[in-house]
Design a protein around this ligand. Structure first.
Ligand SMILES: [Zn+2]
Length: 231
């Protein structure tokens, strides 16, 4: 049932968005479908309108080099550097992805570059990339902030202690990255994410209007062998 809904939404996505291969990539139908399905998973219960802030998805074969990227530090000094990226999302403009990373995404390893970049786009819906998308009716900003802060502090504390954090340390860069990395975990390893950060999981479930860990529970319940082999 959910798969059917995802399929329909992915078709609509492919109809409305423009998937543009770059860097010599040959994009076939199976690849287009995979990109669309991964992109639609976060908005399955929100609707395609949530992606009104982009039309194009540009796909490179591998990680791509962005030259002369400018950033402004806290002192107001502009720095220029080259960056190698697996994905990128701007407030205005396309989502950019590396196919190699799309291919590795959504396979239950806690990695999903498509969910990550799409989460940035959702975050940007209110104009600010600050780790907080526009909350749904009935959600409370203070509860969102508290659950995020608690999990964020926990990650920083573990990094300071030199512990191997289960969450990509990149999430500690800034709140926007934290939100995007958590969105990856929420969809790709929901059961583990819910165990680590239950309050934050509940907030993301309220925002995305989905409860992927519950579907995971059902899979484990229906296939007992899964739980012993997969964990
Ligand atoms: Zn990011």
């Amino acid at each position: 049932m959910e798969l059917q809904r995802l399929r329909s939404l992915a078709l609509l996505f492919l109809h409305e968005k423009s998937l543009e291969p770059a860097g010599g990539l040959e994009l076939d139908d199976a690849m287009r479908t995979r990109i669309a399905a991964l992109a639609c998973r976060p908005i399955l219960d929100l609707g395609l309108d949530y992606y009104d802030n982009f039309i194009s998805v540009i796909i490179y074969p591998e990680e791509f080099l962005v030259r002369n990227r400018e950033s402004v530090d806290e002192a107001g000094v502009v720095h220029t550097r080259d960056e190698i990226l697996s994905g990128e999302a701007w407030e205005q403009g396309p989502v950019i992805l590396a196919w190699q990373d799309v291919d590795a995404s959504g396979r239950g390893n806690g990695y999903d570059v498509v969910a990550h970049e799409c989460a940035h786009k959702l975050d940007l819906l209110d104009g600010d990339m600050n780790g907080r998308p526009p909350l749904n009716r009935g959600m409370r900003a203070d509860e969102w902030a508290e659950s995020f802060q608690t999990a964020y502090n926990d990650l920083i504390r573990r990094l300071d202690l030199g512990e191997e954090p289960w969450l990509d340390p990149y999430a500690a860069e800034e709140p926007a990255e934290f939100f995007a990395v958590c969105a990856e975990m929420f969809f790709d390893i929901p059961d583990a994410f819910r165990t680590e950060y239950p309050a934050l999981y509940a907030q993301l479930a309220a925002f995305f209007r989905q409860d992927p860990a519950r579907s995971f529970d059902a899979i484990v319940r229906d296939h007992p062998s899964y739980s012993s082999s997969a964990r």
